[in-house]
Write a protein that binds this ligand. Structure first.
Ligand code: ZN
Length: 243
């Protein structure tokens, strides 16, 4: 099976449409979404409708739980909090129903998917460092755990003879038999690695090849929409910078 894995759409319709068009060219069997469909961006309901229609599995992110009252907003910084309040006000009944039932972590065909960490999915911790990754390898039993949440694409592997994970720099990346992996697929709607292009990934569990892709989208249009709402100006600015 060839899986497209997307995460952190954050109500950015232009980025989501560009990513889905690109995925369409790759001939995948299934699309998985690792959460944060809404929050920050100006089109939460439109993104929920598309994600509901197009994905086989969608997980919950912290920004999906917060506007529907499943996570306390005091957890978030100022920009995130005002985006959550704005989003809560805009969500339709049908979007709320969809977000309400999303699972936190799932084991699929030889791999695990979770928004934040396999160790404590509901704590919304980050895997930013090798140390964070080392703590999380014992917390899932499959060969690969795909994650989102930090908005920074990254792959880390752990050789079976070692207890020290290493960063995997190759892209595409051949998944080796004697290694386990934690892979962040990056963010569709708000990349934070100083590359403003939308990020998504494809994993083929037959050929064992993983690849991260970047695709441009109409950033100026999303920024224009944000500026026409009461969302903070910084949320428009950061899209142009990829931060
Ligand atoms: Zn996110």
């Amino acid at each position: 099976m060839k899986y497209a894995i997307i995460s952190d759409i954050h109500g950015n319709l232009e980025a989501l449409e560009s990513v889905l068009a690109e995925i369409g060219k790759e001939g995948v069997d299934s699309i998985l979404c690792l959460g944060d469909v809404v929050g920050y961006g100006p089109n939460p309901n439109e993104c929920v409708d598309i994600i509901r229609e197009r994905t086989e599995v969608t997980l919950a992110g912290n920004h999906d739980y917060a506007p529907i009252g499943k996570l306390d907003v005091s957890y978030f910084n100022l920009w995130a909090r005002s985006a959550i309040e704005w989003t809560a006000d805009k969500l339709t009944r049908s979007s709320v129903d969809f977000l309400m039932d999303l699972p936190l972590k799932i084991d699929l065909d030889g791999f695990t998917i979770v928004h934040a960490t396999p160790r404590n999915p509901e704590e919304w911790d980050y895997i930013n460092t090798i140390g964070d990754a080392a703590l999380n390898f014992p917390e899932f039993s499959s060969q690969i755990c795909f994650i989102g949440h930090s908005h920074v694409p990254m792959a880390v592997h752990l050789n079976e003879k070692s207890d020290h994970p290493l960063v995997s720099k190759k892209n595409p990346l051949k998944i080796k038999k004697n290694c386990r992996y934690i892979i962040n697929v990056g963010s569709v709607g708000q990349p934070r690695d100083l590359n403003p292009k939308a990020s998504f990934s494809i994993y083929d569990n037959k050929t064992k090849v993983y690849e991260n892709f970047r695709v441009g989208y109409a950033v100026a249009e999303t920024q224009r929409k944000i500026r026409n709402t009461k969302l903070p100006e910084f949320l428009a600015e950061r899209l142009g910078e990829g931060q």
